[in-house]
Design a protein around this ligand. Sequence first.
Ligand code: ATP
Ligand code: MG
Length: 319
Amino acid sequence: MNPEIISLGELLVEIMRIEKNIPHRVVGGVYKGPFPSGAPAIYIDSVARMSIPFKISTGFIGTIGNDEFGDSIIDKFKNDNIDTSKIKCIKDKPTGIAFNQYNSDGSRKFIFAAGAAGELSPNEIDEDYFSNIKALHIMGSSLSISESSRESCYKAIEIAKSINPEVLISFDPNLRPEMLDLKTIIEISKPVLERTTILFPSGEEAEMLAGIKNVEKACKKLVEIGPKIVVLKQGKDGCTIYSSEKTNEIKIQGFKVKEIDPTGAGDSFDGAFIIGYLAGWEFEKIGRFANAVGALKVKHFGPMTNNTYEEVLKLMEST
Ligand code: ATP
Ligand code: MG
């Protein structure tokens, strides 16, 4: 059966400095990895692990190199029951690699070798694969990594909408002004934003997309002009949900945990939120569930976790 929830875009492995404050230029410093990664990949892995009780199927469309880094991503996806039949191996490129390094002040530095990560092309977006589509997730990073990846995302949205007009399109605009100029961010996000049901911005991303320098006002404006729901991600402070069907926003506190590695928290959060939403839960429960998934992620070293639905419920019940 073709998957009900699909995501697409860059597949990467992450290689991480074990210790903080050791710049990449320091010769002989120790790295750990590979860790399967890439924002849309972290999303789909979170969806797959959280969807088990609901028997929802998942699939991913992307590109890896013909190497063992690529194999490590496929292994993780297979382990979590994600369909990998649409992951293409690019013969003459290595799998994408991000070298990641943290500092005590919370800042991080990447060295990024794109390799095969941006090689997805619209030819790979096959209509048949979307025959059971319920939800499609797009990441801003997949719109910016290459033109062909961006066109693939736009095509996937059009196909998904034509096959199922009720399809849930979710969008995490994980684009930062230091990566791309504001005008380009707005331009490439627009075709997705217009078709988005649920938007998952951080405060800065909401301000950029709305063109307003006030997070709350920006989220309210976004709900007025486009997405039905805007879920503002607020790190350790949890999230706030703005909905066109509710007069007041809903603030949901985060869980108190020791942060080891924040990479992937936002993407994991998005995946959990979509599962709660499709399950038909109240916003309070969905937000708490997604906060719990994000909190368990930051306790874990590496962008993807192995946390189960039961472990998430346990955290929710314990506090
Ligand atoms: P990124 O794109 O770097 O993953 P983001 O801005 O998309 O980040 P965050 O707000 O950093 O997303 O994190 C997503 C969610 O994970 C938060 O809304 C919260 O529920 C949870 N979370 C993140 N950091 C922490 C933390 N230190 N303690 C508890 N929960 C956290
Ligand atoms: Mg994010």
